[in-house]
Structure formats: C-alpha cells, structure tokens
Design a protein. Structure first.
Length: 332
C-alpha cells in the first residue's frame, strides 16, 4: 500500500490555510493510504518557543487532526521528537546534501530576512529534517499546501542522491499531493501575502478555533475591491482579494470556482460575504468545538500520541537498521 506522511508545526494559530491546504485533504486520503500524520515539534524549534506554549500547541494540533476527522486507530498520529530516527536521519541526509541545494530554498530566505548571518543552523537545515521525516517511513505521497512544493522537490533530490551514492533503490521518490481549490490561502488583509500563523494581524486569518462571531467579523472586515464578482474565473485575474475569497468558498463548499461564480457573478461583496461567513461557520464551527472538547482531556490526547509514537517508532527502527547496513554503520 502507498504510504502518506505529512505534518504541521505546533506553532499556534492553526488556520483555514492549514485546514484547506492540508488537514482536510488528509481526512479524505486516510481511506486509500497507509497514513502517518506528525506534529513536527522539532521543526517548530527553528524559531524560539516558550516551553508551556510548545506543549499546549502540540496537543492543539493533535486535537485539530482528530476533530477534523482523522481516525487515530487507522492513522498514526505522533509528535516528531518522540521518534529519534528523525534527527538521526536528518544528520545522515545532511551529509549528502550540497549547500547549493539549500541556498535555493525561498522559505529560508523569507524567514531569515536581511540578517541572514544571525539565522540559526536549524532554520537553514529545516528542509533536510523535512526530507528525513518523509524518507524515514519511505513515504510515497505527501499531501501539503502549495508553499511546501519546493521543500518536497528537495526531498526527492535528496532521496535520489542517497540512492545513487549507495547504488540502491532504498527510498521511493515521494510525490507531492497539492489538492483542492485552496492550495494557497491568502491573508484576509492582503491578497498578495499567504495566510500565516505568524502574521501579527489576527484579522489576516481565520483560526480553526474561532467562534461564529469571530469568523463573521473577520470575513466582514476582509479586504475586497469595489467591483461586483465576475461571472467566470478569468474575471478574477488581478483581483487577488476577490480571487482568495472565491477560492475559499469553493474549497469549503466542494464546488468548483466556476460554479461559485455562476451563483454569485454580478453580486456585490455585501451579498457574498455573509454567504461565505455562514459557510465557514458551518464547516469550521463543529471542528473548533470538538477541538475545545478534546483539549479538556489531556490524558486522551497524550495517550493517542504515545500509541502513535510506538507505531511510528517500530517502522522507523526497522528502516534505520536497514540504512545502517547500507551506509556501513557498525552495530556490534
Ligand atoms: P506548516 O506548519 O507551515 O503548515 C502545515 C500545512 O499547512 C499548509 N499551509 C497552507 N496551505 C494553504 N494555504 C496556506 N496559507 C497555508 N499555510 C500553510 C502547508 O503547506 C502544510 O501542508 N514544513 C511543513 C511541516 C512539515 C512537513 C514535513 C510537511 C515538516 N515535515 C514532512 C510534510 C511532510 C510546514 O512548515 O508546515
């Protein structure tokens, strides 16, 4: 059976982009693949985290997976640091990854900003740890949002480099799965910026735990333009805010963009926004409520993570032993 691996960083403010770009797609895929869904706490540490918040955010992402409909009996759900193979493999893969490949990563350039000399080594080697996550389980498919595409191409390159170096076909080359109408959800305040956990404006994103009033307020305040909606997708060109809201509506409703515009073409945002906010409340409300409910039972969440780590650890240990053999690492 083909295997999926994907993950979310426990850095707080899980939002509509994380849901539509990733988690929601996983729910549908869990029936057709052997799935491993990770809470990538080691990746979160590339930016300073408060210990209590990191713990709480790790549980929050776990609750989001389950509340969204991922079945912890069917899928493996665990936090990355609980399986030491991730860090070990990141080192092994780092030894075969040319700096030139990492220097191309746009996310590092964005996150490091102008003071690149001060950026941590972890932020720089972030994509190598991501490749390790995927390859440790020999995952064949990786469902993510558009922003992770470059990292996945690097994972494929690294897998190929290992296979060539050791003259083996040990690693499958993982395929990205970038699915749905909202593969890149944009900020509600700026149609040219990605919706992100770290945007200082709370109005830029709809969080998975927002209540109905908050969702309605954020949609009402979302930036738009003064034109009515076009009746076909071509009319959304050069209207990034309008395009974003239509994409969100399409993704949440399961309709195509054309079908949405067929219904709302010619109407003003004053008519479209209430429909969008009702839809978002209907889809996200129950998930947010279930998250809150699950988070009251720490024992349940921690038990799921513990069991997940055991199952993941078993696969990881077997693969690591095979890699030791291939590489020539002696285990006397
Ligand atoms: P993270 O935590 O930034 O995001 C988690 C998932 O949400 C998607 N996403 C979006 N999709 C659409 N629109 C947006 N505005 C948006 N923002 C985020 C991301 O594409 C991602 O799928 N590096 C990864 C975590 C990771 C990982 C992995 C993923 C670590 N190891 C191995 C897959 C496989 C990340 O930063 O995700």
């Amino acid at each position: 059976m083909n295997r999926i691996f994907s993950g979310v960083q426990p850095t707080g403010n899980l939002h509509l982009g994380n849901y539509l770009g990733a988690i929601r797609n996983w729910v549908a895929l869990q029936h057709d693949y052997d799935c491993i869904f990770c809470i990538v706490d080691l990746h979160a540490l590339t930016v300073a985290q408060r210990p209590e918040e990191l713990r709480a955010n790790t549980r929050e992402v776990t609750a989001a997976y389950i509340a969204a409909g991922i079945d912890p009996d069917r899928c493996i759900i665990f936090n990355q640091s609980a399986v030491p193979g991730h860090s070990e493999l990141a080192w092994l893969l780092g030894c075969i990854t040319p700096l030139g490949w990492l220097n191309r990563m746009t996310q590092f350039k964005e996150k490091a900003g102008r003071h690149r000399e001060n950026a941590g080594l972890g932020l720089y080697s972030y994509p190598v740890l991501m490749a390790a996550d995927i390859l440790l389980y020999k995952a064949t498919h990786v469902p993510v949002g558009e922003d992770q595409k470059q990292h996945l191409e690097l994972s494929r390159d690294i897998a190929g480099a290992f296979n060539r170096q050791y003259d083996t076909e040990f690693f499958p080359l993982p395929e990205p799965q970038i699915l749905g109408e909202a593969t890149r959800v944009m900020s509600l305040r700026d149609g040219s910026a990605k919706m992100s956990k770290s945007d200082p404006s709370a109005y830029s994103r709809i969080n998975m735990t927002d209540d109905a009033d908050t969702i309605a307020l954020k949609v009402r305040k979302a930036k738009t333009d003064p034109e009515p909606l076009p009746s076909e997708a071509k009319g959304l060109e050069n209207r990034p805010e309008a395009a974003n809201l239509v994409n969100i509506y399409a993704a949440l409703s399961g309709m195509s963009k054309d079908a949405v515009l067929n219904e709302f073409g010619g109407k003003m945002f004053s008519a479209f926004k209430p429909a969008l906010s009702d839809l978002a409340v209907a889809k996200l409300g129950p998930i947010g409520q279930e998250m809150t409910h699950l988070l009251k039972d720490r024992g349940l969440i921690d038990g799921i993570l513990r069991k997940g780590a055991e199952r993941a650890g078993e696969i990881a240990r077997a693969h690591m032993a095979q890699m030791h053999d291939i590489i020539g690492i002696l285990r006397p």
